[in-house]
Design a protein. Structure first.
Lengths: 73, 195
């Protein structure tokens, strides 16, 4: 199933997976839930740029800024 | 789009974003801070190469991404991946699946994916908190899986590129991606999604 998200399966593999999924409810949930997670991670850069999960301290920001200023002049 | 850079605004505009990304990818705030600073310095040194066909933010993100890949490559974290994956195969399998009756095996009762009550509540997701949980789940993952997981799911590199970058075989790549996905889903189910 993980392989199917990234590359084409053979006909035999596809049929096997199809029949397995018909009868395996946890597998159906795994498939759906990993799609949700993939999507959230796919949007990670976008989300983190609007809602950073961590903040640099004011001192660190000033220190980095000073270093930038000293070499970019 | 313009190819003029504004280094004096970088810390203000991108500091927290790049720091969050680096902290999530390395699990180490001190290192993350150093990498952000190095990213800015490398960018200034390479400013002639900025052509303005991507945004300043995308360009800085790409520089940081390469620094993090270098960090993991220097640690040579994927050496003897074959032995490691073979040695841990049974333990991993037993944590999630009962003895295989076919190629797929069966989920154990405890590890079986549960219904999530909030799986479609995307709009109400608190992303700040969500990515803190993602970071803690990455921290819990076996360290050898981390660079491959990040390249695939955060940076969305192709399998071929990842295998080359970390010098691993395609079959090891699949094993790592499979295990990392199972572990990440399970960790998020326990710590984020309501069952």
């Amino acid at each position: 199933m993980v392989k199917k998200t990234e590359q084409k399966l053979s006909v035999k593999e596809r049929l096997k997976l199809f029949y397995h999924l018909l009868f395996c409810d946890p597998c159906k949930r795994f498939k759906l839930q990993t799609q949700i997670i993939d999507k959230s991670l796919h949007d990670c850069h976008e989300h983190l740029s609007h809602h950073p999960s961590e903040m640099l301290s004011t001192e660190s920001k000033e220190k980095i800024q000073r270093t930038i200023d000293s070499i970019s002049q | 789009m313009t190819n003029i850079l504004h280094p004096h605004k970088w810390v203000h505009l991108y500091g927290d974003y790049l720091f969050s990304l680096a902290a999530m990818k390395t699990g180490n705030n001190e290192l993350a801070e150093d990498l952000v600073q190095e990213t800015f310095l490398s960018a200034i040194k390479a400013k002639e190469t900025f052509r303005g066909n991507s945004t300043e933010k995308t360009w800085l993100t790409a520089i940081l991404k390469n620094k993090i890949i270098d960090h993991y490559r220097k640690k040579d974290i994927l050496k003897s991946a074959d032995d490691y994956l073979a040695d841990t195969q049974q333990g991993f399998h037993n944590s999630f699946f009962s003895s295989a009756q076919n190629d797929f095996g069966h989920w154990t009762k405890e590890a079986s994916p549960q219904e999530w009550a909030n799986e479609t509540a995307d709009a109400s997701v608190n992303y700040k908190e969500f990515f803190r949980i993602v970071r803690s789940c990455i921290d819990k993952m076996p360290s050898r899986f981390v660079p491959v997981f990040l390249s695939r799911f955060i940076d969305e590199e192709d399998a071929e590129v990842i295998c080359k970058e970390f010098n691993i075989s395609t079959s090891n790549y699949w094993v790592i991606i499979h295990r990392a996905k199972v572990l990440m889903r399970s960790c998020l189910e326990k710590n984020w999604f309501v069952t």
